[in-house]
Design a binder for this molecule. Structure first.
Ligand SMILES: Nc1ncnc2c1ncn2[C@@H]1O[C@H](COP(=O)(O)OP(=O)(O)OP(=O)(O)O)[C@@H](O)[C@H]1O
Ligand SMILES: [Mg+2]
Length: 300
């Protein structure tokens, strides 16, 4: 059976929804918190399984409360966790997220455990699509080398030596605005086509692959008919943008898995990303495939 393999980060997200951004040195009483597993590859894998693709997730968690919850959530969601390593005496990565319900912004205080690297270097699968996010670099690199025919995607959230290296190996570098701005040392002005061309050309010259830049509420940038193009976002009322990028990437992988063209793939990813920001959390805000497809049929 054809499958998708997602390799990368898992973290346990604890989201605190706030009516607006908290002020310093004030005591607040929280009404509720929203908890789930998170991380780019983890969230993308969960969406893909929800959308009924045979999906494997490879990564690692500690053998602790949060690690075991992450594993159970993935398994219950239908993700194959054969390649999820649960490590004794290791702390699972955590993220503490302030969701500002007023404008949908999410402020993330990450506490990753960067020592928790997959020991497995050899995954005996033949996936049709591979999604990597820069974590578990050696495993990601080896898997890309072993599967030259797979369609490969890098979710590059920030510039690191790992994302820079994997970016030269994949078919699609789908990066965040932060990554593009850090890499090019240039702020993006979406109203200035010369700057957009400069950024795109700079990245294309280095990575020599398909490049897409996600721009949050401004949509995403891609290359069409020999020029840069902005795909405007699907308009929604944002309450929490946590996981929008991860869900965008999961839906992007879905489109390529089904051999949709780039335009259709991006539209589906953009609708999925947009719908996800209308609810708090990441796992809690994954849209149904049917909802995304219905919107796709009805919007230009
Ligand atoms: N407020 C929004 N309204 C509509 N669409 C949005 C909004 N925020 C995000 N999206 C969609 O989701 C895509 C990915 O979002 P974004 O660029 O914020 O990802 P990111 O920077 O990787 O963040 P993260 O990985 O932390 O979610 C955007 O390109 C856009 O299509
Ligand atoms: Mg992201």
């Amino acid at each position: 059976m054809q499958s998708i393999l997602c390799i990368g980060h898992s973290t346990y997200d604890i989201t605190i929804p706030m009516p607006n951004y908290p002020a310093e040195n004030i005591k607040y009483r929280i009404k509720n918190i929203v908890e789930s597993g998170g991380g780019p590859a983890n969230n993308a894998a969960y969406l893909l399984a929800k959308w009924e693709v045979k999906t494997y997730y490879a990564g690692s968690v500690g053998n602790d409360l949060y690690g075991n919850r992450i594993k159970k959530e993935l398994t219950d969601g239908g993700v194959d966790t054969t390649y999820l390593e649960v490590k004794d005496n290791m702390r699972t990565s955590t993220s503490y997220i302030i969701a500002n319900l007023e404008n949908g912004s999410r402020t993330i205080l990450g506490h990753p455990n960067l020592d928790m690297i997959c020991t497995n270097q050899n995954i005996a699968l033949n996936p049709a699509v591979i999604l990597v996010d820069g974590y578990h670099y050696e495993l990601a690199k080896q898997t890309l080398i072993n599967n030259p025919d797979a369609i490969s995607i890098l979710d590059a959230g920030r510039v690191t030596k790992e994302t820079l290296s994997l970016g030269t190996m994949v078919d699609y570098l789908v990066c965040s605005r932060d990554f593009a701005e850090q890499f090019c040392r240039q702020k993006i002005d979406i109203n200035n086509k010369d700057i957009l061309r400069l950024i795109y050309n700079n990245m294309a010259a280095s990575f020599k692959t398909n490049i897409i830049i996600t721009l949050g509420a401004k949509g995403c940038l891609y290359y069409k008919n020999n020029d840069v193009e902005i795909l405007p976002p699907y308009q929604v009322k944002a309450v929490d943008s946590t996981g929008a990028g991860d869900i965008f990437h999961g839906a992007f992988a879905y489109g390529l898995f089904h051999h949709y063209d780039l335009e259709k793939t991006l539209r589906i990813a953009s609708i999925a990303g947009a719908l996800s920001v209308t609810k708090i959390g990441s796992k809690q805000s994954m849209p149904a495939l049917q909802t995304v497809m219905e919107i796709y049929q009805h919007v230009d």
